[in-house]
Design a protein around this ligand. Structure first.
Ligand SMILES: [Zn+2]
Ligand SMILES: [Zn+2]
Length: 671
């Protein structure tokens, strides 16, 4: 008789199952651990006396994970015989697990305040990798020789068995702190602790700290105390702001203006409760060991003053940030903020280490009730091992899929050596040149759709799709190739007024009225280059601080009412008309419609338009399979509307890969 414990696990990542295996070895517990495509199955002997205590202690060593779902247990006469997914040996880039965290805060351990504390199942690994296969000799840690304690651990501690990156304060990476005059090198536990303590206090008192983390340089600051000039950002507030109806929270001085674009680092659970409006799923995701970025609605006046209606939020995600956060709490704060930047950024203090790292782009998550997906980024998602029978390399957005020892791995392009391949697929817009005789260029929307189809085992079946990544495309997949069934009318942002005034009767009157009411915006729109997408132009039109799709999404989030305005989206042949769309927004603007109501309505109108076209396409090509791809879908009002209009078709989206452009390197394998 067996006791079987099943835990839902919606990913092919293996660190949770591996951790359970290692822990069982340590506890000398007899258990079989299997991982399938959607769960982890633990099979115990029913009469094992250790069973109960093992399950209880498992709870303490397992981290919270984005992928973990509900568990259930039952008795069975048979040992479940299921096919386990293939084992991988890929470096991770997540937060430290509970056991490693405990060590970091245990003054008696060799890793007290050591930011690179990690084990086989957690922490900073990928940033040190220089090439495959993953072993110490192929990382930037290769010149550090493990001390005898570490060597011993690699043999006897089952959580760090043969761990390639084993290190401690004694033998590991030294960190140092510099201000304008002095440099302090941390060499022992006391120094490490002191360094973070000084940093935390400095931030609390209004100073800025530039810190090298596993995810690159970050400039940390106290958003309520930053008297110093903030990072100069590439965007500038347009004078047209003055002409607009902007809520008080969005009236902005120079300092606060850039703060709103920083990432809000919440350091304590109390900070979440006090300052943000979150549902349980959002809270769990932020605290998961994967530590994604998440856009969350703001609650306290304090945070609303700094960020407006929503903020990009993060819980400390690597050893450096985590130790800093601990000292920030000690200094009496529940949150600080940071910008991603480079080593040359101006700051009062610099905390640095010499070991070279290869940071990954951070990953944004989207959550709507029980649905969650990755929007964009590399961390958490990559490296990934994928199934591919083809002798093909794909390249897109600095990522590549390459066969290493007969396994297809997707990772940063620079990690791979040159390889032999029959053919190479390169994204159309990429400037990568292979020199290979069989180099094919592919379009983003095609590969995105194929990535989704492959994740749902639908390659070879007919499907229709919507690819929405700044521009909106309706696609048809006939089982062999992806065809752009309804491409948008091309949009060029130059000579905008000319295009708008000739749109239809009376349009020239609108242009005149607009010029009178919003002369500065009018002028700005009159001088645009031709290369901006419709969302950037819309954001400028509305005078939003963040002149992008993100800015409109953030604004839409603050609208709490129901029922939107009908914004014009289509003209003849069902094609989306960007100019009609802009004209429609401008006329509402002239009618003094609030920005957040307008932004909400923009997405709702897109949702309605998509909800109208898709059923027509489905009927025409006789299929029931609908695919959605593109980062624009990561928007609460659009996603909610799509669920209402297309929910009956259960549209397919990416699960393991981001819905945005980082999925094309995967999809290109199926073109
Ligand atoms: Zn660990
Ligand atoms: Zn050591």
């Amino acid at each position: 008789m067996y006791f079987i414990f099943e835990i839902a696990f919606d990913s092919n990542k293996q660190y949770i199952a591996e951790l359970i295996r290692a822990y069982a070895t340590q506890k000398e517990m007899k258990v079989e651990v299997l991982q399938t495509t959607n769960k982890i199955i633990l099979t115990f002997n029913k009469d094992d006396e250790q069973l109960e205590s093992f399950l209880l202690s498992l709870d303490e060593i397992l981290p919270a994970s984005l992928f973990l779902g509900k568990g259930k247990h039952f008795f069975s006469d048979e040992n479940p015989s299921v096919e386990s997914i293939e084992k991988t040996n890929l470096p991770l880039n997540i937060a430290p697990c509970p056991t490693c965290q405990k060590e970091m805060f245990d003054v008696s351990s060799r890793r007290y305040y050591y930011p690179f504390t990690s084990c086989n199942h957690c922490g900073t690994q990928h940033p040190f990798l220089t090439k495959y296969p993953y072993k110490r000799a192929n990382t930037t840690m290769k010149f550090l020789v493990p001390c005898t304690d570490c060597e011993d651990e690699a043999k006897n501690n089952s959580l760090r068995k043969d761990y390639p990156l084993i290190s401690c304060i004694e033998c590991g990476i030294a960190i140092r702190m510099l201000d304008k005059e002095n440099e302090h090198l941390a060499l022992n536990k006391g120094d490490f602790r002191k360094l973070f303590e000084v940093s935390g206090r400095a931030i609390a008192s209004g100073k800025t700290v530039l810190m090298k983390t596993a995810h690159g340089y970050r400039k940390f600051f106290n958003p309520n105390r930053n008297s110093v000039s903030m990072r100069t950002l590439s965007f500038s507030l347009t004078p047209s702001e003055k002409n607009l109806n902007i809520k008080p929270s969005r009236k902005i001085n120079t300092t606060v203006e850039s703060t709103a674009l920083s990432t809000l680092l919440v350091v304590s659970a109390a900070g979440f409760n006090e300052h943000l409006m979150m549902v349980e799923q959002e809270f769990n995701a932020l605290l998961s060991i994967e530590r994604p970025l998440l856009r969350v609605a703001t609650k306290s006046d304090e945070i609303q003053r700094l960020y407006g209606s929503s903020a990009l939020v993060k819980y400390p995600d690597d050893g450096m940030t985590m130790l800093l956060a601990r000292e920030v709490i000690s200094a009496g704060l529940s949150y600080i903020a940071y910008f991603e930047c480079d080593a040359n950024e101006e700051a009062d203090f610099l905390v640095d280490f010499d070991m070279p790292i290869n940071p990954q782009k951070d990953t944004k998550l989207f959550i709507n009730q029980d649905t969650k997906f990755f929007v964009s980024g590399e961390r958490i998602v990559y490296p990934a091992q994928v199934q591919s029978n083809k002798n093909r390399v794909s390249v897109a957005h600095d990522l590549a899929c390459v066969k290493v020892d007969d396994k297809s791995i997707i990772d940063s392009l620079e990690i791979f050596d040159s390889v032999d391949t029959q053919e190479i697929y390169v994204l159309e817009s990429d400037d990568f040149e292979s020199g290979h005789s069989k180099e094919y260029r592919f379009e983003s929307y095609k590969a995105s759709m194929m990535s989704v189809l492959s994740e749902h085992y639908k390659v070879g079946q007919k499907a229709v799709g919507v690819h929405f990544d700044g521009t909106l495309n309706f696609l048809y997949y006939n089982g062999k190739a992806v065809i752009n069934a309804i491409p948008p009318i091309p949009f060029e942002s130059d000579n905008l007024w000319e295009k708008i005034s000739t749109l239809r009767d009376g349009s020239d009157r609108l242009v005149g009225n607009y010029k009178k009411k919003y002369p500065l915006i009018w002028e700005r729109l009159d001088n645009l280059g031709g290369d901006m997408d419709i969302f950037e132009v819309t954001a400028i039109t509305l005078g939003l601080e963040d002149e992008s799709f993100e800015g409109i999404s953030a604004e839409a989030l603050s609208f709490l009412g129901k029922g939107g305005l009908q914004i014009d989206t289509k003209v003849k042949d069902n094609r989306f008309d960007n100019y009609a769309f802009l004209t429609s927004i401008m006329s509402y603007q002239l009618g003094d419609v609030e920005n957040n109501f307008m932004c909400y309505s923009i997405y709702e109108s897109f949702g309605d338009y998509i909800g109208e076209i898709i059923p027509q396409l489905l009927e025409k090509v006789d299929t029931k399979v609908v695919v959605l791809s593109g980062a624009t879908f990561a928007n609460q009002s659009l996603y909610g509307r799509i669920q209402r209009t297309l929910g009956q078709f259960s549209p397919l989206m990416n699960k393991n890969f981001p819905i945005g452009k980082e999925n094309v390197v995967h999809g290109a394998l199926y073109l």
